[in-house]
Design a protein around this ligand. Structure first.
Ligand SMILES: C[S@@+](CC[C@H](N)C(=O)[O-])C[C@H]1O[C@@H](n2cnc3c(N)ncnc32)[C@H](O)[C@@H]1O
Length: 313
């Protein structure tokens, strides 16, 4: 199977600031314009209920802005099955943050277990409170998190390790990223698969802001600094609200913007048998991404893109 379908608005990388993201945002905006204007009293109530910087929680805004956990879990399932001819059950989410992906994993099947690993106790605690509210007691029991380092926390061997939202870009040197890839490989069962996402495109090298209007707030991906010599990139996420208030630098990422070619070479060096890139197709009506990720060896030199890599142990 080579076609994987999902609909992701997408992330920080929505940095994918891209023409695709822009086109999607424009399409959404025009769809909104066609709606009947709300009655005056309804507008007043809506305005009162609008988010402001003071009433907002940055983790919640982040999840609403950049995450599509259900679609990503479905994608992982399909790719894993296409490679191994079986469904995965155990999932390790490295850099899990609020562990929304792990949460979607345990919801998907009653036999699924997820293990989230993150260094930051505060984000784990926020996620734990949220997941407890959202999950059934049975699913909640199958979701495990640990405060630990993805470079050293062992845990159980799993079918799938995922490092999403480009978190591994934190490793800026080849040797550091190689060490991480090698360690991730050791955490997989014999036929396990390591999933990564990545982003790029010529706009990701430009120091600029990209805005996306969401429900009651605006998400801003700010490429504050890019160093073409080291490949280092400094990104911030800001949020803006209808009353003019803002949360500036809600999140900051000091990363290296790795290319897919570098990543695949490093995955090879780390001992993975094979790595496959899944590239998003184009929606010809909007010029944006169509949410369908296919196996590819040739991409397009577009303004912004997001891709997935599946690396087989
Ligand atoms: C960009 S956030 C991603 C969160 C989540 N994966 C997502 O998709 O939204 C990066 C997370 O990685 C964590 N982190 C950074 N270095 C780490 C390390 N060496 N081991 C474990 N977690 C780490 C941070 O605490 C942060 O929560």
């Amino acid at each position: 199977m080579s076609v994987i379908e999902m609909n992701r608005p997408r992330v920080q990388n929505s940095a994918s600031t891209s023409s695709r993201a822009k086109a999607q945002a424009a399409a959404k905006a025009s769809a909104k314009l066609k709606k009947k204007p709300a009655a005056k009293s309804a507008r007043k109530t809506a305005k009162k209920a609008w988010r402001t910087a003071a009433t907002s929680d940055h983790h919640e805004l982040y999840e609403l802005s950049v995450q599509t956990p259900k679609e990503e879990v479905e994608f992982i399932d399909k790719v894993f099955k296409s490679i191994t001819n079986r469904l995965p059950a155990t999932f390790r989410e490295d850099f899990c943050g609020t562990h929304i992906l792990s949460s979607a994993w345990v919801i998907r099947r009653a036999t699924n277990h997820a293990y989230g690993v993150d260094l930051d106790p505060s984000v784990l605690a926020w996620g734990a409170a949220r997941r407890k509210q959202q999950l059934s007691p049975g699913a909640h029991k199958r979701l495990h998190t640990v405060q630990g380092n993805v470079l050293s926390h062992k845990g159980d061997l799993v079918d799938v390790v995922a490092a999403f939202n480009f978190s591994y870009y934190i490793f800026k040197k080849r040797a550091e990223l190689l060490r991480y890839f090698k360690f991730a490989r050791t955490r997989l069962k014999k036929d396990g698969v390591f999933f990564l996402d990545c982003y790029g495109g010529y706009e990701s090298f430009s120091e600029q802001n990209e805005e996306r209007n969401l429900d009651g707030f605006t998400y801003i991906w700010d490429t504050a600094k890019y160093n073409p010599i080291s490949g280092e990139v400094l990104n911030h996420i800001h949020f803006k609200f209808p009353d003019g208030t803002q949360i500036r630098k809600a999140f900051t990422y000091d990363w290296r913007l790795w290319t897919i070619a570098e990543l695949q070479e490093l995955l090879d060096d780390a001992g993975f048998k094979r790595s496959t890139v899944y590239w998003e197709g184009t929606d010809h009506a909007t010029g944006g991404g169509n949410g369908i990720f296919r196996k590819a060896t040739q991409g397009e030199a577009c303004a912004g893109w997001i891709a997935y890599i599946a690396a087989e142990k």
